[in-house]
Design a protein around this ligand. Sequence first.
Ligand code: SAM
Ligand code: SF4
Ligand code: SF4
Length: 386
Amino acid sequence: MSEPHLARVIPLRELRSASADAQIAAYATKTAGKSVLDRLGRPLRDLRISVTDRCNFRCSYCMPKEVFGRDYRYLPHDSLLNFDEITRLSRQFVELGVRKLRLTGGEPLLRKNVEQLVRQLSELRTPEGEEIDLTMTTNGALLASKARALKEAGLNRVTVSLDGLNDEVFKRMNDVDFPVGKVLKGIEAAQAAGISNIKVNMVVKRGTNEHEVLPMAKFFRGTGVTLRFIEFMDVGATNGWRMADVVPSEDIVRLISSELPLVPLAASSAGETAQRYGYAGQNGQPDKLLGEVGVISSVTKAFCSDCNRARLSTEGRLFLCLFGSQGVDLRQFLRGENPMSDVELINVIAGIWQSRADRYSELREKVLVMPSLQRSARPEMSYIGG
Ligand code: SAM
Ligand code: SF4
Ligand code: SF4
């Protein structure tokens, strides 16, 4: 889990003399059709990029007020990766097989001019010349004012987090008195701007918002927005997680189907985190017009065997698992007197991925007693990006 990743990095070749483009082309030819695999045979496909560790919400399960209060010290601005650094790193990840980039945080819409970063990333292409699947996870608070600029910059997908439709419940969860209506306005603005693929994420916590599951399902059914329920996870060290607060996805599916019949759907891509269900029409078959829901069973049904995600923290540390206690500082390779070439970066990142053997969720029960996995040692979700 928390192996010293760099210790296993494949040796760097001394390639600085030839042109970087030619070297990358050579690398791409050598690896064409092959994937960089980790120690458990998993390819690297998905990169989540945290663009800020700040947030305008204080969701109790993520950034509880008692910890993230007035005195909390956020990262200084010059320690954040700038847009060119993020783009440059992303390009190397794409060379290594990443096909999906997700901007997250903290709250990504708080990062000044984030649409400029969206523009830069939307211009990246795979070695085959195809577009990258670029998306963003946001709490939606600023989406109404940003949706158009984001779409114009090239964002075609967005995931909005919303934990209920009842104002009292939602305000208690975001802990900054933020009303549901404004998030819904953000979703409407995204639709109006032409962002075609919109998902809503709802974290379900027992005794807090489980009674919002059905109202949410009924509200979003048939709107073209896909709702996904996420099990409350033991990420970070500060959210007071207890197994007793987790509502298993199975219960959620049972609850929804009791009123709105569901039909299981096949995964749309390898490594997909959500189990998908279509709403059944009169004939008992999935009705496209009614749309679908998904459940993400991060706790009760670990999906580590297919996990193809890496995470880049706000200051450029590479994490290979949401529960990894240490990341690898990639920023050091970009800055300073002797920054690495693209080929060197590709080699370093490939080596880090090849050394990966994380599967925390699969081992959760067995390893909770291991010191390296004690919660105090784990990075916060708002820092490495959810
Ligand atoms: N601020 C943005 C937002 O809330 O959408 C992006 C960052 S947030 C860390 C990304 C996602 O992680 C959100 O959908 C949030 O609900 C989810 N999340 C945060 N803490 C979680 C936890 N303890 N268990 C499950 N999901 C969590
Ligand atoms: Fe902020 Fe998102 Fe965490 Fe809520 S889940 S505190 S909105 S980063
Ligand atoms: Fe991936 Fe780690 Fe989550 Fe398993 S626990 S699915 S390896 S991020």
